[in-house]
Design a protein around this ligand. Sequence first.
Ligand code: ADP
Ligand code: MG
Length: 251
Amino acid sequence: MLETKNITVTYNNTIEALKEISLEVPPGNIYGIIGPNGAGKSTLIKAMLDLLPHSGYTLYNDKPIKTQRKNLSYVEQKSNIDTTFPMKVIDCVILGIFPTLNPLQRPGKHAKQKAEEALKKVNMYDYRNRQISDLSGGQFQRILIARTIIQDADLVFLDEPFVGIDITSENIIIKLLKEMARQGRTILIVHHDLSKVNKYFDGLILLNKSLIAYGATSDVFTGEHIKRAFGSEILVSSEQGGADNDSAIRE
Ligand code: ADP
Ligand code: MG
């Protein structure tokens, strides 16, 4: 069980980005972290992972998350990663294995094999000797997922993995993440597009600085909750996108 208690984050002692967030995520589930721009979604992930100053704490199986580094994988927002760095695809994937090695170990033949298997899973094996700078956004995101796969972590955090990528990559990635969840892992995905919420997530964490609701998607994804989180912004996006079955919000 992943358990967060009373997380509050105040940037520069002035901007209160998150206020007293407490929640639990049971294993074997994919949870979406949902909320408007600036709601504190990325901040929540970073605070849960102890990557920025905060009050409150996060436990995984009753142990502080700090002590679980080898057992967690974090894919940060793509826009924050330098993809022009000269590196071959296969080497980028092999890097994923480093957190699981002891300090004196170097990745060997076995690591390469695992990386190749992971590349096959994301349909990128044929690209293994290309430079990462030559990949499209969706292909690069698939490489990051391959890296997560070989890390073999029980806890997986992804920040906006589907932004700016093609639908083929998105489908491959969500299928693999669902598979990982079915193996008993805990997957948290920051996501701001409401149209696929029902399809993608077993549960939701809905926030806008404070926690609006969390739990099973069917309980959280209601008109009233969404209105409380998004306010008038939701009216704009539904006018633009129109309603279909995927985006049907329960009243
Ligand atoms: P989201 O991911 O939901 O779009 P963020 O977690 O990135 O939101 O940001 C939440 C709030 O905190 C925003 O008002 C943002 O401007 C502010 N913020 C984020 N990072 C910093 C930072 N490093 N310094 C100061 N303010 C920040
Ligand atoms: Mg963000």
